[in-house]
Design a protein around this ligand. Structure first.
Ligand code: ATP
Ligand code: NCN
Length: 198
């Protein structure tokens, strides 16, 4: 294992929570904790993105977002990492392909909020992602309908695990995805930036 990359043990179930984190906020923490509990994950890695390929507006510099995320996270099960910058990826399919090669035996699960499920079919090689790792989707305020009608949700509806079986997700054979309804935290980076608090 490369010494500049996060440590992981074969057999561990690790949720990959990619994001701009521009800035990180209580919503990120909340869904990470819920994912740990409800999907039975050992760890969640916050993959602080070099830049979302679909967002025109460039984020704040990566070191600033990393520092803010590290300052916010107190839970030892949540790791903040700039691994995508280190391995030279920003497209999720490529990140996952590389991490699977670097961490044989680790069970990765891709985590995202419901707003990203609605757009998921626009991601590069999105079907490859679904066919490679289980995907956990976390409810987000105002995103219920767009998530239900999302193209990815429709095309892969046969592979949706009922929420009651969420703990099976990490060991499920892909394609497998699960939508978690949870108490929602109505926070977004956009709103924080609009208030001039970042
Ligand atoms: N309040 C929330 N509830 C559920 N999921 C969330 C919440 N906030 C962010 N997420 C999810 O966290 C991941 C990273 O999100 P991101 O860093 O872009 O935050 P954001 O608040 O959506 O930012 P922005 O408003 O700039 O788009 C995404 O998968 C997003 O769906
Ligand atoms: O791979 C893609 O095509 C792709 C398109 C849009 C978003 N993503 C990833 O989705 C994650 C959430 O992005 P964001 O900006 O909503 O926080 C982050 O890890 C992005 O790199 C990935």
């Amino acid at each position: 294992m490369r010494s500049d990359l996060p440590f992981a043990v074969p057999g561990q179930a690790i949720g990959l929570f990619g994001g701009s984190f521009d800035p990180p906020h209580a919503g990120h923490l909340h869904v990470s904790r819920e994912a740990l509990k409800r999907f039975g994950l050992d760890r969640v890695w916050w993959l602080v993105s070099p830049g979302n390929p679909l967002k025109a507006r460039g984020p704040a510099p990566l070191p600033r977002r990393m520092a803010a995320a590290r300052a916010l996270v107190r839970d030892p099960r949540i790791l903040v990492t700039d691994v995508e910058a280190r391995i030279g990826t920003r497209y999720t399919a490529e990140t996952i392909a590389q991490l699977r090669g670097l961490y044989p035996g680790v069970r990765f699960v891709w985590l995202m909020g419901a707003d990203n499920l609605a757009q998921f079919h626009r991601w590069q090689r999105w079907e490859e992602i679904l066919q490679t790792v289980p995907v956990g989707v976390l409810a987000r305020p105002g995103q219920g309908i767009s998530a239900r009608t999302a193209k990815a949700a429709q095309v892969y509806r046969r592979f949706k695990l009922p929420a009651a079986q969420a703990r099976r997700l990490a060991t499920a054979e892909p394609p497998a995805w699960c939508f978690l309804n949870l108490p929602m935290v109505d926070v977004s980076s956009t709103a924080i930036r609009a208030r001039g608090e970042w």
